[in-house]
Design a protein around this ligand. Structure first.
Ligand code: ZN
Length: 267
């Protein structure tokens, strides 16, 4: 009986994986997405409202202007590219919006609904449009590649395997909400994402540089930016503790620069 249950369990898992397999644009990597973009968007909207209600908006005009300008440039380039390719579906449920929060936290994040938030603390480091674009491109890439959904899906499967979630959580939507909370740090440290896997970080670096290049920004500032962070104790800052910068990461960033450069507009 137990054996039959095990077989059944694997059949269900395989069926789920086949049904919900997605592909990341440009990198072509296959991924398992168990949640609808609609679910992710509505949970993101709630999280955004919660974060903003507990934060003070920046009054630094030049920071606000720079973050908005770079954000507009990069997302316009992405939207154009996606339309050219006929991949509009990948932008469903995403409405790009840019905010700067008055806080010394060295942090920035993007929710799966396209809300991108920079803290004033990180603006001391990303003090030029190209440097803002390094972080912005990376954050846009996480949303575009649906890394949040993928991570929640992986956590959900672990939960199903352990039966832990089903044991004490009632409704399906409560489970989804809890997984979102886990993935996006909601309820613990608001807006502080748990670290993505190395695979997601590398993919966001690669896609982020491509997006930067599409918008005509100087991708060659990226290795120096991450090098400075790895040398200067960046790991003590929120953004760099979830984005550890080491020799491997910097080497892979350098490796993808030539590919990213091919996306730059012709001069
Ligand atoms: Zn990241």
């Amino acid at each position: 009986m137990k054996k039959r249950f095990t077989y059944l369990f694997y059949i269900v898992i395989i069926a789920v994986m086949v049904v919900s397999c997605g592909k990341v644009m440009i990198t072509g990597r296959s991924q398992m997405l168990l949640f609808s973009q609609g679910e992710l968007t509505s949970l993101s909207n709630q999280a955004y409202t919660e974060i903003m209600s507990k934060s003070e908006p920046s009054t630094n005009g030049s920071h606000i202007k720079m973050v908005n300008k770079v954000g507009q440039d990069l997302t316009k380039a992405v939207d154009r590219y996606v339309k050219e390719k006929g991949w509009e579906k990948s932008l469903e449920g995403i409405t790009w919006k840019f905010d700067v929060i008055k806080s010394d936290q060295v942090n920035a994040f993007c929710l799966p609904n396209g809300n991108i938030v920079f803290y004033e603390g990180i603006m001391k480091i990303t003090n030029t449009p190209d440097l803002v674009a390094v972080v912005m491109g990376h954050e846009i890439a996480h949303a575009l590649a649906k890394h949040g959904n993928e991570r929640m899906s992986q956590e959900a499967l672990v939960g199903v395997a352990g039966q832990a979630l089903n044991a004490y959580l009632g409704s399906e939507s409560e489970k989804t909400q809890m997984l979102f909370g886990l993935a996006f740090g909601v309820g613990t440290q608001l807006g502080v994402l748990l670290p993505y896997s190395r695979k997601h970080e590398y993919e966001a670096d690669r896609l982020g540089l491509i997006i930067m290049a599409m918008a005509g920004y100087d991708i060659n500032v990226a290795p120096g930016f991450w090098e400075k962070m790895s040398a200067g104790g960046g790991s003590k800052m929120e953004f760099f503790s979830t984005h550890p910068s080491d020799a491997n990461r910097i080497a892979q960033i350098k490796k993808v620069l030539p590919e990213a450069a091919t996306y730059a507009p012709a001069r």
